[in-house]
Design a protein around this ligand. Structure first.
Ligand code: CMP
Length: 411
């Protein structure tokens, strides 16, 4: 099931440490096995620390009763939490049981649960998903490279050169590029190469598929925008729409796209039940107004009250939002776009933009509008009706003082 709630910090840290532990073991064990490095104390300490992390995870899963239906996971997780290198270091160092120190490699099986954990949490950032995916690919390449070094024993090279050569072979084979400058010399080498060639298509496909999915998701808005603009362009050409009208349409679309409020987003919101739509709208309204200087000193409660009563309205450029002399019954907050304020002589006295508000004077002083306000660009406004305005300002005098302060400066 996909979890949408906030990820508990402790759990997240544990999973990050497990990921690091898996990555370290998956790199260290095959490398040491291939090059037969002696077991040094720092390696023993690191391996023991990783075993402790796995042990903590095992305890947590036991407490949560997670192994009730999956005894195999219990066995694997129990084995993962054994400090194999420490056991080998203390008891078996001078024996022929070398293989014991590499048993920690079983921790790599934990990768599948890590991937499931990431897939279950919808809110996990794409960058983290990409990192895990790339690490998974690297582990596979590393494994195959180490196996290649064991199968095809390359003489006369130092360890680093051997490793780089093996990686190069693995990548050219997996990606099906196959330059052919490194070829298997033994029968086992050829069999191994054939297996990797067949596996390669699948593995490479999985990684490329997932990476392009992540990139495509990230670019979704841009792609939609590009498609829409191309469609619009064709439409304009077909019907020979006048230049001025074309500019207006494009400016409207740019405004929509800047807000990322594509048709798709609106569709997602509209598909929600009414109550959730309302809750989502309030949340978005709070997000909008809490950054405005007008609401800087307001409590969360007053923000919520204002947000609950805001209604969204759109205006095209040149539209009269407020006419001088009219009875005022609402205050407007500019979400996107800008407006021009004109006095009685039709002279522009102010240009108000994103985050500013207007229409407050008539509400505060119970009189007619003292100026006209015209949309300068495509405008997204939030409207607060007089009755709601009076209710909120009655309950929250700090908000009233703030509005009064701005109105006084405008007089
Ligand atoms: P109201 O009188 O209700 O309607 C017209 C609005 O224009 C007015 O409230 C103010 O919000 C706004 N307004 C009037 N004069 C100015 C000004 N000098 N600067 C900015 N905004 C103004």
């Amino acid at each position: 099931m996909i979890k949408h709630q906030e990820i508990p910090k402790k759990e997240l840290f544990l999973q990050v440490f497990i990921f690091i532990g898996v990555l370290y073991t998956a790199i260290e064990a095959p490398l040491n096995f291939t090059f037969s490095f002696p077991l040094e104390i720092w390696r023993v300490i690191l391996d023991t620390l990783i075993a402790i992390i796995f042990f903590i995870d095992l305890q947590k899963e036991l407490k949560n009763n997670s192994y009730k239906e999956n005894k195999i996971s219990l066995i694997i997780d129990s084995i993962c939490s054994l400090p194999f290198e420490l056991i080998f270091y203390i008891f078996f160092q001078n024996t022929h049981l070398d293989i014991l120190q590499y048993l920690g490699l079983i921790r790599v099986l934990r990768v599948s649960r890590l991937i499931k954990y990431i897939q279950d949490i919808a809110l996990i950032p794409q960058q983290i998903k990409m990192t895990v995916m790339i690490s998974f690919f690297y582990i596979c390449v590393h494994f195959i490279s180490c196996l290649w070094m064991l199968v095809e024993n390359v003489e006369g090279l130092n360890n680093l050169d051997r490793y780089v050569k093996a990686m190069y072979w693995t990548l050219t084979t997996l990606t099906t590029i196959g330059y052919g400058d490194i070829t298997p010399q033994t029968m086992f080498g050829r069999i191994f190469t054939m297996i990797i060639m067949i596996m390669g298509v699948g593995l490479y496909g999985i990684v490329i598929g997932n990476v392009s999915k992540v990139i495509a998701q990230k670019e979704r808005y841009k792609l939609e925008a590009r498609e829409k603009i191309t469609e619009l362009n064709d439409f304009m050409k077909h019907y020979h729409i006048p230049e001025k009208l074309q500019q207006n349409v494009f400016s409207y679309y740019n405004n929509m796209l800047n807000k990322r409020l594509t048709q798709n987003d609106q569709k997602i919101i509209n598909e929600l039940p009414q109550a959730l739509q309302h809750e989502l709208q309030i949340y978005m309204n709070i997000k909008l107004i809490k950054n405005l200087s007008l609401f800087e000193t307001c409590s969360v409660q007053s923000l919520k009250e204002v947000a609950m009563n805001l209604k969204q309205v759109f205006y095209a450029p040149g539209h009269n939002i407020i006419n001088i002399g009219d009875i005022g019954s609402e205050l407007y907050i500019i979400s996107h776009g800008s407006v021009e304020v004109f006095n009685r002589d039709g002279k522009s006295i102010a240009h108000l933009s994103e985050g500013q508000f207007f229409g407050e004077m008539a509400l505060l002083e119970e009189r007619a509008r003292n100026a006209s306000v015209v949309a300068y660009t495509y405008c997204d406004l939030y409207k607060l009706e007089k009755e709601d305005f009076l209710n909120v300002t009655n309950n929250h005098p700090e908000l009233l003082a703030s509005i009064q302060n701005v109105a006084n400066k405008r007089k």
